[in-house]
Design a binder for this molecule. Structure first.
Ligand code: UDX
Length: 436
């Protein structure tokens, strides 16, 4: 099938490459000429495992190309996926819909043939129906289109796998045409047994924010338990292990530590609260405010622990920060808990040096005033405390004896509960973690 993918960020670039991998002819569209030029050369401008190889393969195969032109997009295909970002609006908890509105508004006047428009961006409930009116008003007289919403559930770090083998496909539409088209698009995953759920537009929009709210709540639940464990002298990792054996609870997303960040969970729960307020049901999601607060308190807790371990004398002390990405296997630093902690400590007078295997350049762009090092050895050289803030495998595999010989003082905060406390203590480290 021929299709366009509008917006080529983490979601769109992955979607475009994966659609080509499924055998479709894909045109990726983005207003950012530099991004389009890079993608057209087969170079992914961010780090996502497996995507680079896939993009190169599909650009070379001729199935995947890129453009900055909406006219090209409208001429190329009658199926359009919209994958642009919906960041948090400045000065508000709500989502900024500038890019989503812009994409549909740019495409609408160019729809000279019957078209299927499928939004994939995470949007406040009601957006799809509003956009249907908007596109109808802008489309040429007599043209027909169907506008559907199909939220995307991919995780960064597993984006290719999640797109090629999704655990479910949700489509908000009342049109049998859209359902038939998307069944053809996703023929391969459907043949593998992936369920496709057809819902109304508002249900599809809500599925996405409900899923992310649940995940955020699960993480904040265990982090709230970590606070209690700290006060009571209990161990939250053992507690999580024990409650997770109840199949109704499960072990996944019960990792207590520094909490969630990234380009999705934080802004999605806030946008959901803002939208629920507009709908007059803010009480229904009032608990998300607490979820957000518990999450932010974890960052403060690591800053406090650092003060405590440095005897409340932070100014000029050398702090090695391991990790800048919001989670391992990603170079995404949007709302990164690691950089938040690093920034707070630096602003309070600490001499902070940050190292990350993949996210150094994005981190420098976002927080240019922090100190950075290009390798682990120079990061920890002379450090009076080491903070493990993103659990990259290479940090988790660190040898406590070797590291002890490199630092000025063997003091570590394992903010992701990723290390073995007994082993680190046996190697002479003052070891602190979260809720243990
Ligand atoms: C999330 C959703 O998982 C995905 O379905 C949606 O499409 C986009 O948002 P992502 O932001 O890529 O995906 O990351 P995810 O793996 O969900 O992790 C989010 C954050 O939670 C990370 O900062 C991670 O470190 C943290 N986390 C996760 C925990 O603190 N504890 C856990 O047990 C799990």
């Amino acid at each position: 099938m021929k299709m366009t993918v509008i917006g080529t960020g983490y979601l769109g670039a992955t979607h475009a490459a994966c659609m080509a991998e499924l055998g479709h002819e894909v045109l990726g569209v983005d207003l950012d000429a530099a991004k389009v030029a890079s993608l057209a050369e087969g170079i992914v401008p961010f780090y996502e495992p497996g995507l680079q190889e896939l993009l190169r393969k599909q650009v070379d195969s001729g199935l995947l190309s890129f453009t900055t032109s909406f006219a090209d997009a409208a001429a190329f295909a009658d199926l359009h996926f919209v994958c642009v970002g919906t960041p948090q609006k400045h000065g508000s908890m709500a989502a900024d819909l500038t890019y989503v509105d812009g994409a549909f508004e740019a495409l609408a006047p160019l729809l000279t043939r019957a078209a299927v428009l499928v939004g994939k961006s995470t949007v406040p409930v009601g957006t799809a129906s509003r956009l249907t009116q908007r596109v109808a008003g802008l489309a040429p007289a007599g043209s027909t289109f169907d506008l559907a919403w199909s939220p995307e559930f991919l995780r960064e770090g597993f984006a290719v796998e999640d797109t090629l083998h999704p655990d479910r496909i949700v489509v908000g539409t009342t049109s049998p045409v859209v359902e038939a088209v998307l069944r053809e698009v996703y023929a391969e995953p459907l043949a593998e047994g992936t369920p496709m759920l057809i819902t109304s537009l508002p249900t599809a929009e809500l599925v996405k924010v409900a899923a992310n709210s649940f995940l955020a709540t699960k993480i904040s639940f265990i982090n709230a338990m970590a606070e209690v464990c700290e006060a009571a002298g209990a161990d939250v990792t053992q507690l999580a292990e024990a409650i997770g054996h109840d199949a109704r609870i499960g072990h996944r997303f019960l990792g207590a530590g520094l909490g969630f960040g990234g380009g999705c969970l934080p802004k999605d729960i806030r946008a959901f609260m803002a939208r629920a307020g507009e709908l007059g049901v803010d009480q229904a999601v009032g608990f998300l405010r607490e979820v957000d607060s518990v999450n932010m308190r974890r960052r403060t807790r690591v800053v406090e622990l650092t003060h405590e371990l440095l005897d409340d004398r932070l100014i000029g002390r050398r702090i090695a920060v391991l990790g800048a990405a919001f989670k391992p296997n990603s170079d995404d630093v949007r709302d990164s808990p690691a950089l938040n902690v690093a920034g707070q400590l630096q602003l309070q007078g600490g001499q902070v040096t940050v190292y990350d295997p993949k996210a150094l350049e994005p981190a420098k762009a976002a927080f240019p005033t922090l100190g950075y090092a290009d390798d682990l050895a120079s990061t920890v050289a002379g450090a009076e405390i080491v903070l493990l803030l993103t659990e990259w495998p290479e940090f988790v595999a660190l040898d406590p004896d070797l590291l002890a010989a490199m630092v000025a003082a063997p003091v570590i905060i394992d903010a992701r509960n990723a290390l073995d406390p007994a082993r680190w203590r046996a190697a002479g480290w003052t070891y602190r973690s979260m809720g243990r």
